[in-house]
Ligand binder design. Structure first.
Ligand SMILES: [Cu+2]
Length: 477
């Protein structure tokens, strides 16, 4: 793409990031009755959308606005509001950032994992000296805490305060359910610097729990964590053995999630085919209805990823057997701050059911439309020119066009939408695109529909990039 065009797109994308709000119906400052009992105030704030919440009147100098700041800190709002709320609560409570964050984590809604992740990231970014100064207070909170996110953040903070995991681990072991949450915090620890060192130190206690295997919930949590401690070939083998051995579906999907943390370059080549085969066997043992549940689909999709690395007839047989297990799942993730999808093209079989899981890892909302061959520009420009709808039943930026085959809603940061569709009966190079204003020139790809995947795999072809008109040079970004 010429540079000038790229610059235009990026500027447009930035401007468009705020466009939907401007185009929506005029927003009024929501009125909150702050002199009501605490629970009534909370109830009023809970009913507001995130957008409305950011408009509520507030003043960091007055205690009556405290619930507004608590709501802002614990809901899915842009980072500037989170920072504002954190500073206000430190002031109002005469507290520290670390203590305010641990308290806030206890109030985050269970489905708002993304908010918990952000608060834990803020907590772990505190200087070790600050965490050390708050260590006793945090440990005391943990003594009586039960909210999973508070436990996650609290134990991670202790580990960072101590510069080693032993004391926090011993404390967690004294309380029912706490060790599992400590282990769920491991993916939250930064993968570089001190975080990486602490993650590696957690390999020994976590893998000991897997070897022990007595408590099913604890074993599943350990399997889910170990891939984030040492992301190497030995851990791959340990997890592969667990997948082959376990009859517990929760443990199996935890192990697969953990395996996804291990970079493909570290996969031991000799173990890949056996793990893919184990996945075929294990998923095959599930009743058909269970195979289409999200967890099983993720396991099948990981099996596809493994099978793609197995050469020759063995690989082809694995891919065929995986396909026979159920619905084809294509996971497409947005790349944070890159304005692109991780997948550039993928192949599906004509007339077969597929599911596209759109995972939005970016701070900006995105959608995904599957369209007819050659419709990229038409759908991208028509969708992007639409005003933001205020009707929650209407999918934003989806043009009313016969070229649209399927479309997701606008997916918010941290959310996943699963789009089920039947691949078109006519083979061809169909497109997929994000039609959020300005995004289509970078956020697009091709869904190659082929008559028979078996035949295509025997003699694969590469589709043409609809923007450059050249064959794609890779299937992923
Ligand atoms: Cu987009």
């Amino acid at each position: 793409m010429p540079h000038r065009r790229l610059a235009f797109v990026l500027i447009c994308a930035c401007a468009c990031g705020i466009a939907p709000r401007a185009a929506a119906a005029p927003r009024q400052t929501p009125r909150i009755l702050l002199d009501q009992p605490a629970r009534a105030v909370e109830y009023q704030l809970n009913r507001l959308t995130e957008d409305e919440l950011t408009l509520v009147e507030r003043n960091p100098g007055e205690a009556k606005y405290r619930p507004v700041y608590v709501a802002l800190l614990t809901r899915k709002v842009p980072p500037n509001f989170r920072d504002e709320a954190l500073a206000a609560l430190v002031k109002l409570d005469k507290s520290t950032r670390a203590r305010v964050l641990v308290d806030a984590l206890a109030r985050v809604r269970p489905e708002d994992t993304i908010v918990a992740d952000k608060l834990i990231a803020l907590l772990l970014a505190e200087p070790p000296a600050a965490l050390k100064a708050d260590r006793a207070a945090i440990a005391q909170t943990l003594d009586t805490a039960s909210a999973p996110f508070a436990l996650r953040g609290g134990y991670a903070a202790l580990i960072f305060a101590d510069g080693q995991p032993d004391a926090a681990w011993q404390l967690a072991a004294k309380h029912e359910g706490h060790l599992a949450e400590l282990m769920r915090a491991i993916p939250n620890m930064p993968a570089t610097g001190d975080g990486a060192k602490l993650r590696a130190q957690l390999f020994t206690p976590v893998s000991a729990l897997i070897a022990d295997g007595k408590d099913a919930a604890l074993t599943a949590a350990a399997l889910g964590a170990v891939g984030y401690t040492r992301a190497d070939a030995a851990t791959f083998d340990l997890l592969a053995q667990a997948v082959a051995r376990t009859s517990d579906a929760a443990a199996r999907s935890a192990a697969v999630r953990s395996l996804q943390a291990i970079p493909e370059a570290a996969w031991p080549p000799a173990s890949i085919a056996a793990l893919a085969r184990a996945i075929v066997t294990k998923v095959g043992e599930l009743p058909a209805a269970q195979r289409t549940e999200a967890d099983a689909l993720d396991v099948i999709q990981f099996g596809d990823k493994l099978a793609a690395r197995v050469p020759g007839a063995d690989g082809a047989a694995l891919r065929r057997d995986l396909r026979a297990l159920g619905v084809r799942v294509v996971r497409i993730q947005t790349l944070p701050e890159k304005l692109s999808f991780d997948v550039r093209w993928f192949a599906v079989e004509a007339g077969k059911p597929i599911q596209i899981a759109l995972v939005n890892a970016d701070a900006m909302p995105h959608n995904l439309i599957v369209g007819a061959p050659g419709s990229l520009e038409a759908l991208g420009t028509a969708g992007g020119a639409m005003p933001m709808t205020t009707d929650p039943a209407v999918k934003p930026f989806v043009p009313d066009s016969p070229q649209v085959i399927a479309a997701t809603n606008l997916v918010k940061e941290g959310d996943t939408e699963r789009l089920a569709l039947t691949a078109p009966k006519v083979p061809g190079e169909y497109i997929f695109v994000c039609t959020f204003p300005g995004h289509w020139v970078r956020m697009y790809g091709v869904m190659l529909v082929v008559e028979s995947l078996d035949a295509w795999e025997a003699k694969p072809t590469v589709p043409v990039d609809p923007m450059t008109k050249q064959p794609f040079t890779s299937a992923r970004n």
